[in-house]
Write a protein that binds this ligand. Structure first.
Ligand SMILES: [Zn+2]
Length: 205
């Protein structure tokens, strides 16, 4: 099982509209855009059915362990009808690109994907092991040069994707459960022992 220096070849196969959004230079402002979208929706963003089934209106927890840095974050990232800003900051940092020591505001819907799959797996407070989270453009470009399988753009660069493992859970089972949620993209990398999850359009590979 390769954990480090891996390339996520999956993050290709994106819609052209997503490619454009990945290329947009104003990525750090994405959370502001997300907040504006929420405000435009009257302060309430529709909760995806799968998330509502698992959490209802109750608090949403997440536990993340970053393999490259050994750091962990565990706590409630959504409560009382909104995302917890302090918790999101902690999550942004643990999801950073460790090669560049560069963080970005992650799309909070990615944590909904992770938390919902985690809960549906009955994993309780067991942590996701994150192989790859945010990927700086320089890191992605380097990997793209190293392997033709790596897309020049990916949702990792937009803070919308993570490559993850759950201890004791087979990647095949994780991918199956995640795909049933219809919350975003799901990629299975059996040989590498991880799955790719993102909060883009629901698709599977
Ligand atoms: Zn990936």
């Amino acid at each position: 099982m390769r954990l480090f220096g891996h390339c996520c070849p999956a993050c290709e196969g994106l819609e052209s509209s997503l490619r454009q959004s990945c290329d947009a230079p104003a990525l750090p402002g994405r959370r502001a855009l997300f907040a504006a979208a929420v405000a435009g929706a009257g302060g309430v963003l529709a909760t995806p059915p799968a998330v509502a089934q698992v959490f209802g209106g109750g608090p949403r927890q997440i536990a993340i362990h970053r393999l490259q840095t050994g750091e962990s974050v565990n706590g409630t990232y959504w409560h009382d009808g909104r995302y917890d800003r302090d918790m999101l900051r902690q999550l942004d940092w643990v999801m950073r690109d460790p090669r560049m020591a560069e963080a970005t505001p992650m799309d909070p819907r990615l944590f909904d994907v992770l938390a919902t799959v985690q809960a549906r797996m009955g994993a309780g407070s067991e942590a996701w092991h994150v192989v790859s989270g945010y990927r700086a453009p320089e890191t992605n470009a380097m990997r793209s040069r190293q392997s033709r399988r790596v897309s020049r753009v990916s949702l990792h660069m937009s803070g919308m994707a993570a490559d993850v493992q759950l201890t004791g859970r087979h990647s095949l089972e994780l991918a199956r459960v995640a795909a049933e949620m219809q919350l975003g993209g799901v990629g299975l990398y059996r040989r590498d022992g991880f799955i790719h999850l993102d909060c883009g359009p629901a698709r599977r590979w």
